[in-house]
Design a protein around this ligand. Sequence first.
Ligand SMILES: [Cu+2]
Length: 489
Amino acid sequence: MNRRDLLKLGPLALAAAASRSSAGQIVMLPTAPSEGGSPHLTPSAAGDINLRISPVTVELAPDRILSTIGYNGSSPGPVLRLKEGKPVTVHVTNDTDTPEFVHWHGLLLPSEVDGVEEENTPPVPPHGSRTYQFTPTLAGSRWYHSHAMAMSDLHKGTFTGQFGFLYVEPATNPGSYDQELFLALRDWEPFFTTAMVDMDENNDPNAPQPEKPQVLNTAPNGLEVTSTTYSINGKALGAGEPIRVREGQRVLFHFLNASAIENRRISLGGHKFQVIALDGNPVPNPAPVDCLFLGAGERICATVEMNNPGNWILGEPTDLIRNAGLGVLVEYANQHKQPQWIAPSTLIWDYTLFASKTTGPAAQPGSGPVQNIDMIFEKIPGGGPGKFNTFTVNGKPSPEFTLHQGQRYRLTYRNRTDDAHPLHLHRHQVELVDINGKPTSGLIKDTIVVPLYGRASVEFTANQPGLSLFHCHIQQHMDYGFKALFRYA
Ligand SMILES: [Cu+2]
């Protein structure tokens, strides 16, 4: 059975898949007092930050407590607030039995501190410590997370609670808002299934599929990872503090999809999101939408005008996922209505809505003719239960590519798989220049979701010597071959 078959069967099939989980029921309870969102952590006067990797518990709801590994005693970890261009020293202590890597996602850092084994960053040894020293750039919404390999161990890497926001404050603060919120979307208690239960496509059924192979590999699917337990900032819908707002407020939301498994949507009944930044980088054309879509690893900053008094549910549009925890209440002051969910008008997500209105990529100083690198992604089905699917890039798992400093490159992502993949290039920011044949410009990102059987092209200038990992941000895909290493000549 593949994903689409399962989707046709609807909620019952999903519930059957869900029953494989040892997860208990999440009971929707009245709002209980809690510590609310993650605390914010700023460097000491000397520029120091302490981060501790250790076992933590996550109280999704009073009757639903998980054990995992987190940062500074919680998951999500603290929101690290750094200043652009101001050096910081992060002392990381590892209280666990396995080597760890802390990756600073979206920052332009040397390989030695990027927090990636493939780039030869030294690990934080088990029951040991390591210091990361760097100067944060660029400003915007970034994040930090474990970059350990997990393979078949669903208690390692990004399957754990090792993630948090890292906000690099700009020298000047763009835009105005009355309230700023950092919301991390997350799933828990991952488990294996051979059914493709993910519902994480970002496009409509009529989208072009330029990379769809003539002949499909029909071998039985291997194990996929899924989940039926969800939260926003470690709380299941209805179990944490609501977001309290007042009529007339403008609220700035920083969203992060911290899932190791799936792409996600988010919508707020009765309100529109004005998207102002993608992956922390301001967009040329802020625009209103009903529903956001975030690949694993992506961030979206959006403002909402609180102009519809009532009590609302901010959540994942898929009922099963929202009701299993992926949501939070938004309460206007002095309103006592039942929380209301309104489905968004469309689930279609289109990056180009926020792109520059002029065509062609922005001119880059010092760049010559653009050199194209084709990257063909294929999935080799595992062949049934107990086997793992593997992925190849240009015919082999984890190949290497050589870059020449100063050269402008175009990476053409050719997704010959039946899944949407969030593709992340480390230590560089890329500009989206084409998606499924539609040229675009002005969108600077570190992670791009390539639609199923779709094609996307990004450009960047090779100006960050050192090793740079490229990979799908779905942990299992990365671990089983969906990655590449870029090496400067
Ligand atoms: Cu993937």
